[in-house]
Structure formats: C-alpha cells, structure tokens
Design a binder for this molecule. Sequence first.
Ligand SMILES: C[S@@+](CC[C@H](N)C(=O)[O-])C[C@H]1O[C@@H](n2cnc3c(N)ncnc32)[C@H](O)[C@@H]1O
Length: 232
Amino acid sequence: MTKVTPHKFAGVYSVEDNDRTSLCTESLTPGISVYGEKLIDYEGKEFRVWSTRRSKLSAAIRNGLGEMPIQPGSRILYLGAASGTTVSHCSDIVGSSGVVHAVEFSERTARELIHLASSRNNIVPIIDDARHPTRYVSVVTGPIEVVYQDVAQPNQAEILYENLKTFCSFGAWGMLAIKARSIDSTAGLDEIYSNEIATLDRLGLQIEDNIDLSPLEKDHRFIVCRVTEELT
Ligand SMILES: C[S@@+](CC[C@H](N)C(=O)[O-])C[C@H]1O[C@@H](n2cnc3c(N)ncnc32)[C@H](O)[C@@H]1O
C-alpha cells in the first residue's frame, strides 16, 4: 500500500511504500525518470522518489534540515549542477513559476543537464565556472533568492559569497554542501568545518543551520546561511 503525504516543506512529499518512507517531489514532467528514480502514481499525480544517497539536499532534509529556502516559486542559482540529479528535484519544487539557473563547468557532464533542461522550462543551464560569477551575470535574469552550492573546490565559502554578492540582496539565502576532503585531505573534519563557517561569518553571512550529512554522505556538512548585511 502506497501513501503520499505533504512534508513540512512546501513542494516536498513523503511516500510510504512497503513499510519504507522516502522523500519525493511531484514531477513536472510525468513519465520521465531522470536518474533511474522510482516514479509513483498517487491520486492522479506522479511523484519522483528523491534519493538521499544521490542528493545532498535530500540527505540534509532527512537529517533534520530546519529551514528550506527552496520553495514553490523560488528563483535559484545552483552551482555544481552536474547532470542535474538534485536540480531536477529543485525544478519540481519551484514549479513553473520559479526558475533554477544551473551552473556546471564540465561540458561533458553538462550534456545531460542540457538534455534535462530541454524538457523543463524552468531550468536555465549555464556552462561556466562558478568561481567567476561575473561571466554569467548576463544569463541570470531577475533577482536570485537562493544560491545553492555543491562544488568540489578548496575555497567553497568564498565561491558562495562571490555569487551571493553578485546576484542577491538582503534576506537572500545560501545553501552550501561542504565537502571536507576537497578543502583539505588530511586535517580534522571539525577543524575544516569550523574554518569554513568562520569564513562565512567573516564575510558577513549569518549561519542559520548546520547539518551533518553522515551516514548518507561521508565527510560532508550542509550549511544554510543568510544575507543579513550588505555584502562588500
Ligand atoms: C558533487 S557534483 C554535484 C552533484 C549535484 N549537485 C547533484 O546533487 O546532483 C559536483 C559538480 O561540481 C562541478 N564543479 C566543480 N567545480 C566547479 C566550478 N568551479 N564551477 C562549476 N561547476 C563546478 C563538477 O564538475 C561536478 O559536476
């Protein structure tokens, strides 16, 4: 017996299926499985199971995320889109009144992202380097409310800050999946996380949430922060 119920976060759902509870989103493009995820028909709608092993945002929600800035209608800038696994669920959540600008610098990986965007009007693929936001400023239309970042780079806090500074104003949100081993391959995890958080704080971002993604993702933390002062 399958049952789908709304999650506390708008646009996110829980599905109970054979004694297992998973997260899911309502598909914007019924009939299409983006990355092999299970499709569930329920009361005339189609839902896509949202893997906690394939998406750090799903893992963060499962591990107790307190705030979910990505909502129906949100305008997002997504850095490190890869082939679009998490982007596809963000696209479901923001719906046709929102937009996901999805930045990926690997042309090969981005081919699938471009294919995904061809069937979803609310995804704008941007093949560029997230370290240089001024390069894609002309492609990003309108104000951005949330910058989501999942790039394996050493200076993750600075990249988030530069993008927030370029595209956002007071009240905007940053969501950052910190991949510890891309920052330092040997230092202690707590030290790496504290340094990144201290950098975000020094750059003027207010930390709202800090989630350990284990055991779903090894050596990762998920940070939610907010622009509460003018970024200079
Ligand atoms: C961990 S994967 C992202 C997975 C994706 N966020 C998801 O959940 O579906 C990280 C991606 O970031 C991309 N990346 C790394 N550095 C980047 C940069 N400076 N600019 C844009 N993309 C970058 C990589 O090519 C890779 O595809």
